[in-house]
Design a protein around this ligand. Structure first.
Ligand SMILES: [Zn+2]
Length: 696
């Protein structure tokens, strides 16, 4: 996943006391190495005044551009816009990053007040008529301006952003649009915070040791630590998070407890309490539909997809359907195999959703004689990260050197200076990998600063945030193979930010459409699946022994195992996202709508959608509405792209050079499909994806 703060964001009055701004780091030059935000000097009290000052400065800059008496030019309008809002960018990037990865009640509360204000601020710029008329004039005359390809792209993208924000509407509509955006912004913040609170508020406390039957020692130890942190000394606690729940669902022999924990997970936000998200969803869907209509689109999906590679809901649904059919067939086979196993064990019940992990793990062991716990000792977080660095070095010639003198926002975060083959520093890379209760769930990449060149070289500051298991008794964090893939995935986003070579910040790095942005990240996962690469980093954390070929074969053979389930739960969520955002009716009963949508698709009872609506943060809090399909869309690109390396060699120089030039360094400086074809020599085909998932 990728999280971005809004880089281009009316000033409303904050309640704030007098602050001496001369001491506010955000309002001064950063005098740190590489102008990294001086985290240690930043206090909570600095954010609010910096937001106020940042928005004020930004609006003053916009006023100067919009009221310029000279005729509009690329330099005095488009480029000037790129230059505007620096202070706001500084405070926003730090605030939103830390609110995501290291939050507290103060940060959460400020996010709730500041988000709608930033949304209004953003609108006051995007709906500024004078400014828009200047952009429009440049856009209409761009052929005669002798612009570079990237400059022409910047003009077109800027114009499109204003049009899509409603710059062409009449004043009444603009006012309504501003209201809608502000409401949507508050609602999504509320949604996200509700999910986090529901997740934290539930604990399954076990006080009878017998109820831990089947669980690996390490999981029991983690559960005891969790219990201790919650004041349940001598007991064990499991939480409705993937990190805590999945091992329990996989190994616990206590079916009733699996059911209890699983239900606590899938009921989050749907408990008819103060954290219920159903009303928020209904409001958001209605507001999104109203906004799309105002902007001339049939549905929110039509509006969103107009600015994507997929273009239309029909194209998205076609892709989902192509994968759904073989996926559900495979999943039904998986159900049957597990049901047989249940019978063989002499039990007499129908496989339920909370049984899936337990029985699929048993099948995996039976079929491949391979336990997830067997491979974990080979995947220490540190070694896997080194492996990822090594892949980047072999492909793109860059090196990562750890630096302990750079500013950090808390302990256990690592920082690296990234250099190209000429030893030129091209970026700063941070990792924040450790699971914490004040960190959002999942994994993501974000930036503290984007790369640009038009006003002198600005190097990017990139971060990967994950929720990897805490250290074991030996002080080592051990990853499952899925987590190894996650590390490589986020690292792929990281490289997209770090290798960026664009003139303008709004076109640099990951500033691409959502159904492209997961391409560079998913692409990187491919190397993590190649035995030749795994062997370079998969070393037993105690003995240093390299992972055996036998174990690697098992990982590889097991690669498409359970793929029916993986495909089905994913496509179900993507379908649900599309259903919400293409439906023309008013949706009031969220549970009923969800049930119907999944029934229409043909989802079976034994599988739950990967995200139920009430905790589907991607689409109600994360900017992926009508965009959850993107992972599959980009998987088509990635599977097709990796074929080139399979044909010519995993680190073939010519192929890697093209991949760097047209994908990882290119940002959004030119049409994305055009760039893909430059890299690959042809448009992508779907067969490699089906083959990869074992669905052909
Ligand atoms: Zn991602």
């Amino acid at each position: 996943m990728l999280k971005k703060h809004v880089p281009f964001l009316l000033l409303l009055i904050f309640s704030c006391t007098y602050e001496d701004n001369s001491m506010n780091p955000f309002l001064n030059e950063y005098e740190t190495p590489f102008q990294i935000p001086p985290f240690e000097a930043i206090k909570f009290s600095h954010y609010e005044p910096a937001f106020i000052q940042g928005m004020k400065e930004h609006l003053e800059e916009i006023d100067v551009i919009a009221n310029n008496t000279e005729a509009p030019t690329f330099e005095n309008t488009i480029e000037a816009l790129e230059r505007s809002g620096k202070t706001l960018d500084k405070v926003s990037s730090v605030f939103f990053n830390l609110q995501g990865s290291n939050t507290d009640d103060d940060m959460d509360s400020l996010q709730r007040t500041v988000s709608p204000k930033l949304s209004s601020h953003n609108d006051s710029i995007l709906l500024n008529k004078k400014l828009f008329m200047r952009i429009k004039e440049i856009y209409e005359n761009k052929q005669s301006l002798s612009l570079s390809v990237e400059q022409a792209r910047l003009v077109a993208e800027t114009y499109k952003r204003f049009i899509r924000s409603g710059a062409n509407l009449d004043q009444n509509s603009m006012d309504r649009l501003t209201e809608i955006n502000s409401s949507l912004s508050s609602l999504s913040v509320q949604f996200d915070q509700n999910v986090l609170k529901e997740t934290n508020s539930y604990s399954m406390v076990i006080d009878n040791e017998d109820d831990l039957d089947g669980l690996p020692d390490e999981e029991i130890r983690q559960a005891a630590l969790l219990a201790e942190s919650e004041g349940e000394i001598g007991k064990w606690v499991f939480k409705p998070t993937r990190v805590s729940m999945y091992p329990f669902l996989t190994y616990s022999t206590q079916r009733d407890l699996r059911e209890e924990l699983y239900n606590s997970y899938i009921q989050r936000g749907d408990n008819d309490n103060e954290f219920d998200n159903k009303k928020i969803i209904a409001e958001m869907i209605a507001l999104r539909q109203e906004k799309a209509s105002m902007l001339g689109f049939e549905s929110h999906s039509d509006y969103v997809l107009d600015n994507s590679m997929a273009k239309t809901p029909e194209n998205v649904n076609k892709l989902l359907q192509t994968v759904w059919e073989p996926g559900i067939e495979k999943a039904k086979g998986e159900v049957q195999a597990m049901q047989e196993l249940i019978s063989e064990e002499g039990a007499n019940f129908q496989l339920a959703a909370w049984d899936w992990w337990h029985y699929s793990e048993k099948l995996r062991q039976e079929k491949f004689d391979f336990k997830e716990e067997e491979v974990k000792p080979y995947f220490s977080e540190e070694k896997v990260l080194e492996g990822a660095f090594d892949v980047a070095n072999k492909l793109f010639g860059i090196t990562f050197s750890e630096r302990n003198d750079l500013p950090k926002y808390r302990e256990n975060i690592r920082s690296f200076v990234v250099e190209d083959s000429d030893n030129k520093v091209i970026g700063i890379f941070y990792t924040d990998f450790t699971l914490r209760p004040n960190k959002g769930g999942g994994a993501w990449m974000s930036t503290f600063r984007s790369q640009s060149k038009f006003d002198g070289d600005v190097i990017p500051i990139v971060i990967n945030v994950c929720n990897f298991p805490p250290e074991n008794v030996d002080g080592v964090s051990l990853l499952s193979f899925e987590q190894v893939e996650t590390l490589f995935h986020e690292f792929g986003h990281g490289l997209h930010g770090l290798l960026s070579n664009a003139q303008y910040p709004s076109l640099s790095g990951t500033s691409v459409t959502r159904d492209y942005v997961e391409f560079p990240s998913q692409m990187m996962e491919n190397w993590a699946r190649e035995p030749e690469v795994i062997k370079t980093f998969a070393k037993h954390y105690q003995t240093g022994e390299v992972i055996s070929d036998e174990l690697l074969d098992k990982i590889s053979d097991a690669g498409t195992f359970n793929e029916g389930f993986a495909t089905t739960e994913y496509v179900a969520a993507a379908h649900l996202d599309m259903a919400y955002h293409t439906d023309k009716n008013t949706i009031t009963d969220i549970d009923k709508f969800e049930d119907q949508a999944l029934k229409d698709l043909g989802l079976i009872d034994e599988i739950e959608t990967r995200y139920r609506s009430t905790y589907f943060g991607h689409i109600f809090a994360g900017g992926y509405s009508s965009g959850y399909y993107s992972y599959l869309w980009t998987e088509v690109l990635e599977a097709d792209a990796f074929e080139a390396f399979k044909d010519k060699g995993l680190f073939d120089k010519e192929t890697a050079d093209k991949l760097k030039k047209y994908v990882y360094s290119a940002g959004n400086t030119d049409d994305l499909m055009t760039q893909y074809v430059r890299f690959r020599g042809k448009e992508p085909e779907i067969e490699p994806l089906l083959k990869k998932r074992g669905l052909n």
